[in-house]
Write a protein that binds this ligand. Structure first.
Ligand code: TRP
Length: 346
């Protein structure tokens, strides 16, 4: 069995344990605020985070602003993206009291954990991380020291609150592995402070963007949760389809058509094939109309709640203030245990 299959199986066991004993888990999960959250996030992570929180699992959510500058040289839209993400989380049903939503840059003690953690891994181990390699290649730039070391920073994200359950996508699995390695090495070298966290990977198929590739902020193929209904119609209309009259679901040969089908099918909770048969010989125009109304109907309640929440100008700031304050208290306490374990108390 390959390690991904093993992790998937392990994830199913962990999910069962969570359902039985939600109180014994602490979730730490995160998001890079590089753009507006989109349907891929909604189906991939947001719904699951809300469900975990409702099941009674204590949840910490980092809006990883220092991770934005791993492979780009601007923080231009970070503030706006953080603000938008908080609105989306609250609109999706996250409770800002039950969930600690915070940002890297506001929690110094979290960042300080990076220093002892960096001493526990070798340069060769950092260079071996397949996700870092892929991100480096995609960035088309020189490898920054932050890009090379951010998986260790991510271990600090997880350990500042001693998170033991990390819901992530497949591409973040190497980082969870590194986090476990850091826990083992720290505990062995000093004294047992950190749990070995479990990754929780979810079985949602990757949500396709409008060009048939994975839906991603950086590919410009996404339907943002914050778009208006008209903007949604416009981006869907721009999707490149083909002139074959009959609608079929064939991701390899018909990426645009299939992406529209799969996005609409997720929103309608049906199989893409069923929707394709229903549209039949309607052609691209009917497909696009069906897709736009499926997405807009599905997102209407979310967008309505988002608009309502946005009306209170201080709501997001208050949620972040509360989250950052609490994260600081927790991080200080962990850092003091680390000082204790390392004997660096003066
Ligand atoms: N790297 C994650 C992503 O690409 C975001 C993230 C930052 C994260 N810190 C984390 C995820 C800690 C899980 C745990 O989306």
């Amino acid at each position: 069995m390959d390690s991904f299959a093993a992790t998937q199986r392990r994830s199913a066991e962990v999910a069962a344990a969570v359902a039985e004993q939600p109180g014994s888990f602490r979730v730490l999960t995160g998001e890079r605020p590089t753009g507006p959250l989109h349907l891929g996030h909604y189906f991939g992570t947001i719904l699951k985070r809300v469900r975990l929180q409702r099941a009674g699992v204590e949840t910490f959510l980092v809006l990883a602003d220092y991770q934005v500058i791993t492979d780009r040289d601007t923080t231009a839209n970070v503030q706006q993206n953080v603000h938008g993400a908080v609105l989306d989380y609250l609109a999706a049903g996250m409770d800002p009291v039950g969930t600690t939503i915070f940002t890297h840059s506001a929690v110094p003690a979290l960042n300080q954990l990076l220093i002892p953690f960096l001493s526990l891994v070798t340069e060769a181990e950092l260079h071996r991380n397949p996700t870092v390699k892929a991100e480096l290649a995609a960035s088309g730039r020189a490898l920054s020291a932050l890009l090379l070391t951010y998986p260790v920073h991510q271990a600090a994200d997880i350990f500042f609150c001693k998170g033991n359950l990390v819901p992530v996508g497949k591409d973040n699995l190497p980082h969870v592995e590194m986090t476990r390695l850091i826990a083992r090495r720290f505990n062995e070298r000093y004294s047992p402070v950190f749990p070995e966290p479990e990754a929780l990977i979810t079985s949602t198929p990757e949500v396709l963007g409008l060009d048939g590739r994975k839906m991603s902020k950086s590919y410009g193929n996404a339907i943002a949760l914050s778009m208006t209904a008209d903007e949604t119609v416009a981006v869907i209309r721009q999707t490149v389809t083909d002139s074959i009259r009959r609608t079929t679901f064939d991701p390899a040969l018909r990426p645009g058509v299939s992406a529209l089908l799969s996005v609409a099918a997720l929103c309608l909770d049906v199989e893409p094939q069923v929707l394709a048969d229903e549209i039949g010989d309607g052609g691209s125009r009917v497909l696009k109309e069906r897709a736009a109304s499926a997405v807009n109907d599905f997102l209407a309640p979310h967008r309505e709640r988002r608009r309502e929440l946005a009306r209170d100008g201080d709501l997001v700031r208050a949620a972040l203030r509360r989250g950052n304050e609490h994260a600081n208290v927790v991080a200080e306490s962990t850092l003091s245990e680390v000082r204790d374990a390392m004997g660096t108390i003066y």
